[in-house]
Design a protein around this ligand. Structure first.
Ligand SMILES: Nc1ncnc2c1ncn2[C@@H]1O[C@H](COP(=O)(O)OP(=O)(O)OP(=O)(O)O)[C@@H](O)[C@H]1O
Ligand SMILES: [Mg+2]
Length: 234
């Protein structure tokens, strides 16, 4: 099976070489744990190291904010945007008909992916579908359509998902079953210390290392320690 390297320190070791090409993987976790940073690091590495263009779909942040967050890690997104290797798409929630019509004139997501010849896609976050489609069936159908679209276009995709509790166990949601892979991030406490942790829950078609691994957010981005044990589990 072909692999797509995330280039995030530690992650490709844990994933036996990287994400499975043309798969859809969810990164789920509590607020502020590092999901968006992880997803952007995947795209940034694609553009800067692997010559794989990427599209970042942001629901809550403006492209300016996304660039600003990236700059804190020394990632110059604009450089790659200018080279056509990265594009940030702010996907607003369609609140009224007027906005919907204005949106209809814009390039479709599939159009953007094709124009860039994007190999990597991030949707931050899949919670968008919850707001757009409050009823469960249309939500599922629309997530499935999105998944089909990015797969048909040959992309390897990360969906960011929100998790309301920070525990190593998670409350499974619809999207977890629709995706090929699931990775979670959470806090573990050891005495007065709180440690960010990472775990791969599933990866269809591939063996995984399901052990809990500690992670850090540094000024260069996310690092996961593929062989270390969290303090509280030592
Ligand atoms: N340079 C840095 N060094 C260390 N930590 C940093 C740095 N920059 C940002 N962070 C940390 O990154 C965290 C936010 O990460 P991120 O935005 O990826 O979280 P998230 O899981 O997407 O959160 P949300 O659910 O709110 O969107 C912040 O809590 C902040 O402490
Ligand atoms: Mg986020």
């Amino acid at each position: 099976m072909d692999r797509v390297k995330t280039g995030i320190p530690g992650v490709d070791e844990i994933l036996n070489g990287g994400l499975i090409q043309n798969s859809v993987t969810i990164i789920s976790g509590s607020p502020g744990i590092g999901k968006s940073n992880f997803a952007m690091q995947y795209l940034y590495n694609g553009a800067s190291q692997y010559n794989e263009p990427g599209v970042y779909i942001t629901v809550e942040d403006t492209p300016e904010k996304v660039r600003e967050y990236a700059r804190a890690f020394g990632w110059d997104l604009e450089k790659y945007e200018k080279e056509g290797k990265l594009e940030i798409v702010a996907q607003p929630i369609y609140s009224d008909e007027k906005q919907k019509k204005a949106e209809a004139k814009k390039e479709t997501l599939a159009g953007t992916i094709k124009r860039l010849n994007a190999k990597r896609v991030v949707l931050d976050s899949v919670t968008l579908f919850k707001y757009l489609f409050p009823d469960e069936i249309s939500r599922r159908v629309n997530i499935l359509n999105f998944v089909k679209m990015v797969k048909d276009l040959g992309c390897t995709t990360i969906l960011v998902a929100e998790q309301h509790e920070s525990t190593p166990s998670i409350t499974y949601a619809d999207e977890h079953f629709l995706a090929d892979g699931l990775m979670i991030m959470f806090w573990l406490q050891h005495k007065e210390k709180h440690e960010r942790c990472f775990r791969v829950v599933k990866m269809r078609g591939s063996p995984i290392n399901p052990d809990i691994r500690p992670m850090d957010i540094t000024d260069k981005g996310i690092i996961i320690y593929p062989t270390q044990v969290p303090l509280s589990l030592e």
